[in-house]
Design a protein around this ligand. Structure first.
Ligand SMILES: C[S@@+](CC[C@H](N)C(=O)[O-])C[C@H]1O[C@@H](n2cnc3c(N)ncnc32)[C@H](O)[C@@H]1O
Length: 213
């Protein structure tokens, strides 16, 4: 994990030196101040954002976006999902303020994803069926990842799906965590032009074989 963060730090220094947009430099600045929570040196690309949302059925989905950052996935979700069925979560105050300005009509929650169940309206507990996550699960401390997944379990339906990207080849969630949540990963697609290239995985509830017959 340390090597991954050092590589991202070196890449971010290269981006600063080569010149970048105001949004990108905000992102690099936030990454420098808290590398393990931000987990990326640049906002995700349009290509990755398209892949993250293309599998969502707009007519039958109640969606939480976790770790929205500056909003590349949010932009695609807003175009697809009715306003009352989309909850955008970001705990970094710089990114939160940016999101509120960029999406003034949306529900943007400046809360820790560890406490989702306290902030998602109670009548929707058990009904959230899609989670689009930009959270850097591999660089977050293990206890934080566990708390986020426990909180998700409280608000999601039994047949929810979690769409998650990673820069690495392995599934994005540590195995113990996905087993705790009762979900299994399926590889979905590569976004080759993202910086760095990203892999998208979709987690669905694990099907347990019925051995009683
Ligand atoms: C890898 S960035 C992804 C940002 C954006 N989705 C994108 O793809 O460009 C991870 C984001 O997760 C947010 N984050 C990390 N831990 C969080 C937590 N516990 N609760 C809410 N957001 C969190 C970070 O602040 C950051 O914006």
């Amino acid at each position: 994990m340390k090597t991954n963060i050092i590589n991202l730090l070196l890449l971010s220094i290269a981006i600063i030196i080569s010149g970048c947009s105001a949004e990108q430099s905000t992102f690099v600045g936030e990454f420098m101040s808290n590398p393990s929570a931000i987990g990326a040196i640049a906002p995700s690309s349009e290509e990755l954002a398209e892949i993250m949302v293309e599998n969502i059925d707009p007519a039958n989905s109640i969606v939480i976006e976790l770790g929205a950052g500056t909003g590349p996935f949010t932009e695609k979700l807003v175009a697809k999902i009715p306003k009352d069925k989309l909850f955008i979560v970001e705990n970094n105050t710089t990114f939160y303020q940016h999101l509120v300005k960029r999406f003034p009509d949306q529900t943007v929650l400046c809360v820790d994803a560890c406490e989702l169940d306290k902030h998602i309206p109670e009548h929707l507990h058990g009904k959230i069926n899609v989670v689009v996550s930009g959270l850097p699960f591999r660089s977050l401390p293990a206890d934080v990842a566990t708390k986020i997944l426990s909180s998700l379990k409280k608000v999601c339906s039994v047949n929810f799906k979690l769409i998650q990207f990673t820069y690495f080849k392995e599934p994005p969630l540590p195995l113990a965590e996905s087993e705790m949540l009762g979900i299994s990963p399926t590889y979905y697609k590569l976004s080759p032009n993202n910086t760095p290239a990203a892999h998208v995985w979709i987690y669905n509830p694990t099907i347990v074989a019925d051995t009683s017959k």
